[in-house]
Ligand binder design. Structure first.
Ligand code: MRU
Length: 347
């Protein structure tokens, strides 16, 4: 992705260090953090220094590579298992995290007792996972831009951009490619309370690419549907189930209901790492509940009645019947077919 004219990835692995753009600081400042300890990467996933389903999948894979480097020879296997279990629970909803961690763990175990080789394999498996995820996202852009008409006014929610992935983005990859093809598009950026991934991060990415856009409050989208000023909804996902139900950032479901009411296409973009081939339907997905202070405070500023509790689910479920299609690296599929088609093509 282009930031201030330079090419970056959201995160990368370099000489036994994980480097990541600090997404909590975007757009106010641009800082890169470096981690040498897998437990510090877990903390960065939890506090959302790195966020977005494919990005935390890569972070989990890289954390496993660090854990393999840190593991003492005599306890290699048990250390690795403990690290895997700790990373897996850093955030529960995006299945990319489990997919990233598991793929590095399983590849590494195969090379025990050759620990020199096992540690090298951990790094290679982590790099391969991240590269595959990045390539899926690029393909999603190439394929997804086809459903973006010239002149389209697109609504997106949260940040499914390059920063939420290793690079390119998912929903934003399609938007980015449509813009690069010369299509005249306009993007409504839903601000995404309470952590403002839309108004901070998506708006930042669109501005960096010169894509026309405007931030709207989460509750304003209905108004623009009603005015017939939305032509297409494009969002990402944190988990796609076998039946085509998806989890995505809280507020996605109501955009899908609005799209149905107004007969507007609602597309979801997801790389292979976001598919959960063990999940039958949306009600099986664990929904992360975050701290109420995210709603009641912004830094030091008190924004709500201090004595009132607040409820803070970070994701909701959009059922398959509300989704027009799922954009994948292999094509655009009906939600009910997406898992099967991507699974077949994978094996
Ligand atoms: O809580 P976050 O910011 O990690 O959630 C990420 C999202 O829900 C994004 O909207 C997204 O669609 C998934 S990442 C491409």
């Amino acid at each position: 992705m282009l930031i201030n004219g330079n090419e970056y990835k959201s995160l990368w692995l370099e000489a036994n260090r994980v480097l990541m753009i600090d997404q909590n600081k975007i757009p106010y400042s641009f800082e890169i953090k470096a981690f040498e300890d897998y437990e510090a990467v877990i903390a960065a996933i939890k506090d959302m220094t790195v966020r977005g389903a494919p990005a935390i999948g890569a972070a989990g894979a890289y954390a496993m590579a660090l854990a393999a480097a840190q593991a003492p020879d005599e306890k290699f296997r048990s250390f690795l298992r403990m690290a895997k279990d700790k990373i897996l629970i850093a955030r529960p909803t995006a299945v990319d995290l489990a997919n990233g961690v598991q793929s590095v763990y399983e590849s590494t175990l195969k090379f025990i007792p050759d620990l020199v080789h096992a540690r090298q394999i951990a790094v290679l498996a982590a790099l391969e996972f991240a590269q595959k995820s990045e390539e899926d996202c690029r393909r999603i852009g190439v394929i997804g831009q086809e459903i973006v008409p010239d002149g389209a006014r697109i609504l997106t929610h949260c940040n499914a951009g390059a920063l939420a992935t290793v690079d390119w983005g998912t929903a934003l990859s399609a938007i980015r490619m449509a813009h690069r093809k010369g299509k005249k598009i306009f993007v409504y950026v839903s601000e995404t309370r309470p952590r403002l991934q839309g108004s901070r991060i998506t708006a930042f990415e669109l501005e960096q690419e010169g894509i026309p856009h405007a931030i709207v409050t989460d509750s304003a989208s209905g108004f623009y549907f009603w005015k017939n000023e939305v032509d297409l909804v494009l969002v990402g996902a944190d988990r796609v189930c076998l039946n085509g139900d998806i989890a995505n950032k809280i507020g996605t479901y109501e955009k899908a209901v609005l799209a149905k009411e107004h007969k507007i296409p609602f597309y979801v973009a997801a790389p292979l790492s976001t598919f959960d081939y063990t999940c039958n339907h949306g009600s099986d997905i664990p929904i992360e509940i975050r701290d109420e202070d995210e709603i009641k405070r912004w830094g030091d500023i008190q924004m709500a009645n201090p004595g009132s509790p607040a409820l803070n689910p970070a994701f909701d479920i959009t059922p398959a019947r509300l989704i027009t299609g799922i954009i994948t690296h292999r094509g655009i599929f009906k939600p009910k077919e997406a898992a099967q088609k991507t699974h077949q093509s994978h094996s």
